[in-house]
Design a protein around this ligand. Structure first.
Ligand code: FAD
Length: 339
């Protein structure tokens, strides 16, 4: 029988975040399907609040590695905590959120324990033995596979499961002690842009894609970069949307062209870019060619604004195509959003 360890770290406020709750959905579902034992392994400064938050998930026991050293992400302490929890639980399967903190340590922990680790898992199934699904070749092919090796550590891609919902309660946490005195790395802080400055927002309801058209000469024979930047940033701010780009637009900087300063290759959506998951998408000044639109496969409702009635979006790739000048459309949309 499998022993499934649900591995989670707390957030700064001591609770479990969305990605952790999503991976709990996967862990609990897997345990129910294969008739396995579900054990929680929590890591953080103090894990009692987190243990109480998920008390209704049906854990046979709740293990915790606690203390100042485990409050922040650090390879040595996170890996040591995960290793100790796997051993204390006698885990055969480990399910964790595929966030940056766990993705960094799971392969190393698998190596230490003589097991295997797989990241970017989108589904775990326990019927007829444990098997998982993940995408290959930038989400062009979905593969299903299983492994003999144990423990098998699984990093669940955030956004692929519904967040676990269940009753909170009073959980008894068994402390697992881990010696963190040998840690050589001191975490002095986190450097990240303010939330308002971040343009990539995976949890946003809307994806706003800007294409190279924003930088092209317009009807008056001139480019209008500052206005383009104003319309794009204005919409992102008002709609709390996430910003995507076509490859042509992010490649402009390396070609010496005029660029939008807030756009980087991380924004690129498509075959050689990202495949974000948002309920809706609005494409502007982007032609809608296949290598770009393939990155829209998880966007449910698609709209595009393009001057060209024969652009790629018109070829069955968008639900609605507005044949219009995006400068005018976005100015109007932003004005309406501002009211
Ligand atoms: C192997 C390979 C991988 C690739 N991977 C990717 C990828 O991951 N992502 C990606 O995006 N591309 C990718 N591409 C490139 C892709 O094929 C296209 O070249 C690219 O997406 C075009 O970008 P664009 O639509 O922004 O620019 P353009 O093709 O230059 O289109 C600009 C559009 O803006 C419109 N426009 C201009 N002014 C306005 C206005 N005022 N209002 C409204 N519309 C206006 C024009 O009508 C035009 O349709 C890849 C190509 C290859 C060969």
């Amino acid at each position: 029988m499998e022993t499934i360890l649900y591995l989670a770290h707390t957030e700064a406020d001591g609770s479990l975040g969305k990605a952790a709750l999503e991976s709990l959905t996967a862990a609990a579902g897997l345990a129910a399907q294969c008739g396995g034992t579900l054990v929680a392994g929590l890591v953080g400064q103090d894990v009692q609040a987190a243990a109480n938050q998920v008390a209704g998930a049906g854990f046979s026991k709740v293990l915790g590695v606690c203390g100042e050293a485990f409050a922040q992400a650090r390879y040595s302490t996170d890996a040591a905590a995960a290793e100790a929890l796997c051993q204390a639980a006698d885990a055969t399967i480990v399910v964790a959120a595929g966030d940056s903190r766990w993705s960094r340590v799971l392969p190393g922990v698998g190596q230490r324990l003589g097991g295997r680790a797989d990241l970017h898992i989108t589904q775990a199934s326990g019927e007829g033995g444990v098997s998982v699904k993940r995408w290959f070749y930038r989400q062009r092919m979905e593969g299903s596979f299983s492994r003999e090796q144990r423990p098998w550590l699984l990093g669940i891609d955030p956004g692929t499961q519904a967040a676990w919902q269940g009753d909170a309660g009073e959980a008894a946490v068994e402390a697992v002690s881990v010696d963190a005195s040998g840690a050589r790395t001191t975490v002095t802080g986190v450097k990240a842009p303010d939330t308002d400055e971040q343009t990539i927002r995976p949890d946003a309801a809307v994806l706003f894609v800007a294409g190279a058209g924003w930088t092209k000469k317009q009807a008056d024979g001139q480019t209008h970069l500052p206005e383009a930047a104003g319309h794009i940033l204005g919409f992102l701010k008002a709609a709390k949307a996430s910003l995507g780009s076509s490859k042509s637009l992010v490649d402009l900087s390396s070609e010496g062209g005029e660029v939008l300063p807030f756009m980087t290759h991380l924004n690129q959506v498509g075959q050689t870019g990202a495949t974000p998951r948002h309920a809706k998408g609005l494409s502007t000044c982007c032609h809608g060619e296949e290598p770009h639109v393939v990155g829209w496969r998880f966007i449910n409702e698609r709209r595009a604004v393009n001057l060209d009635a024969n652009c790629g979006w018109a070829q069955g790739k968008a639900d609605v195509l507005y044949v219009a000048d995006a400068f005018e459309v976005m100015q109007k949309v932003n004005a309406l959003l501002g009211e």
